[in-house]
Design a binder for this molecule. Structure first.
Ligand SMILES: [Fe+2]
Length: 211
């Protein structure tokens, strides 16, 4: 069985455009909570299983902990992707036209601008969650998805390439709830496109489909 041994990663993101240090400090603490809870739940489930409590008679408790594990685990992982795809002075807000990401967006969506409009629209959807641009390692295609909470709608095997947190805690100290579009604009001005590029084509296709 796995043991909970994750440690919070450190991100040096002070001085971003439009996302305050105060927001980031609060957000890092929240992220650390996901790491702590991922470890706690992993250990708890492991103990239950080893002590014979992972049996049908104990399924309600065992199942609930296991369901929550997906929430906490993905809360941890998605925050690492999110913080990892921003940097101070991220650039113009758009990737270089010669970059692999720009080309992949064109090939997948008919144009980078179309991809961007779609990604931003996903980010403006009502509810708390995430906008994630994934790459299908089997085809190289990019597609944008809405993740409810942290764990619902992730596509198995797809690689998160660009991840944007649109829970209100990501921007509430800087913008009003109705001003989420302003936060999304700020997010784009901080994207570390080199980090995005490094994720592109990083996974090998293992799903046996054509094309
Ligand atoms: Fe968050």
């Amino acid at each position: 069985m796995a043991t909970g041994s994750y440690k919070p990663k450190q991100f040096d993101l002070s001085g971003l455009t439009g996302i305050s240090d105060q927001t980031l400090e609060m957000h890092f603490k929240l992220y650390e909570g996901y790491v702590t809870n991922t470890n706690l739940l992993t250990d708890k489930i492991s103990e239950m299983f080893k002590s014979g409590q992972g049996t049908p008679a104990d399924f309600p408790a065992y199942s609930e902990l296991t369901r929550r594990l997906g929430f906490e685990y993905n809360g941890m992982v998605l925050h690492e992707y999110y913080f990892g795809n921003m940097k101070r002075g991220g650039g113009s807000g758009d990737p270089d036209k010669a970059s692999g990401f720009h080309k992949a967006a064109e090939a997948s969506c008919g144009g980078y601008d179309t991809w961007k409009a779609d990604f931003m629209s996903v980010g403006k959807m009502r509810g708390v969650g995430w906008a994630v641009c994934y790459q299908d390692p089997a085809t190289g295609q990019l597609s944008n998805h809405w993740i409810t909470l942290h764990e619902i709608n992730n596509i198995a095997g797809f690689t998160p390439v660009l991840v944007m947190d649109v829970w209100e805690h990501a921007f509430l100290l800087d913008y009003k709830p109705a001003e989420r579009p302003k936060y999304i604009e700020a997010f784009f001005s901080n994207i570390d496109w080199d980090a995005v590029e490094a994720r592109l084509n990083a996974a090998k296709a293992t799903r046996p489909i054509g094309g």
